[in-house]
Design a protein around this ligand. Structure first.
Ligand code: PGA
Length: 248
């Protein structure tokens, strides 16, 4: 049985004050939550979140990493640095990184490898644009994105990967994929993994992301191949986020 996982992606939204109240709010409801819960904070707040979640079951993640272990890469952050602050997870290949910062499938594959190499669990994001969907290319795009990673790290390494299917047209738009639309792509991804390893396909968590909220989370998560959610906007309010966590 795969566990339900709910991960919050705060993106570039935080202050010391909001981090305190958000984590406090989430922690106050965690005893009613059976899902695994991760919060992915901006780099400067990793340390603050690390101390706030101490001794709780809430887990910490970062939102990006550099593929190199150390060196002259001004402004960048390595996987080991992220681990040093108690994080166990890191988002890789978010569509905002792909579209705004030119991250190609090859770079995303290298980031996935660097994360695993340091003992972090990557949350590997894939998903099609509206144009791709309308021209019938959803499956081809997602296949290319995932195959780039399988080709580099091998299917066995997916034992340490969480996949997040995030249709770009649903991110931050309020346009959620319907449970049927999402389940179709999740099953496609699982079958794609099964082509290389049925065992890995059965075990790999595949989260849905894109305008998931307290009202639609339960319907999405109840689909057989949807194992939780990667939440943006609704992860910034403790009450909404907790409701999603409880939906799993
Ligand atoms: P959203 O973002 O929930 O605000 O659509 C999801 C994401 O970008 O991970």
């Amino acid at each position: 049985m795969r566990k339900t996982i709910v991960a919050g992606n705060w993106k570039m939204n935080a202050s010391k004050e909001t981090v305190n109240s958000l984590i406090e709010g989430i922690l106050s409801g965690m005893n009613e939550v059976s899902s695994e819960v991760i919060v992915c904070a901006p780099f400067p707040y990793l340390s603050q979140v690390e101390s706030l979640i101490n001794n709780s079951k809430l887990m910490l993640g970062a939102q990006n990493l550099n593929i190199n272990p150390a060196g002259a890469f001004t402004g960048e952050v390595s996987a080991d640095m992220i681990k040093d602050f108690g994080a166990q997870h890191v988002i890789v290949g978010h569509s905002e990184r792909r579209s705004l910062y030119g991250e190609t499938n090859a770079i995303v594959a290298e980031k996935t490898k660097a994360a695993i190499g340091a003992g972090l669990t990557p949350l590997l994001c894939v998903g099609e644009s509206l144009e791709d969907r309308e021209s019938g290319k959803t499956e081809a795009i997602v296949e290319e994105q995932i195959n780039a990673v399988i080709d580099l790290i091998g299917i066995e390494a997916f034992d340490q990967v969480i996949i997040a299917y995030e249709p770009v047209w649903a991110i931050g738009t309020g346009l959620t994929a319907s449970p049927e639309q999402a389940q179709t792509v999740h099953l496609f991804i699982r079958n794609l993994l099964a082509n290389s390893s049925e065992k890995i396909a059965k075990r790999t968590p595949i989260l849905y992301g894109g305008s998931m909220n307290a009202a639609n989370a339960a319907d999405l998560i109840s689909c057989s191949d949807i194992d939780g959610g990667l939440i943006g906007g609704a992860a910034l309010k403790a009450e909404d986020f907790l409701q999603i966590c409880k939906a799993g």
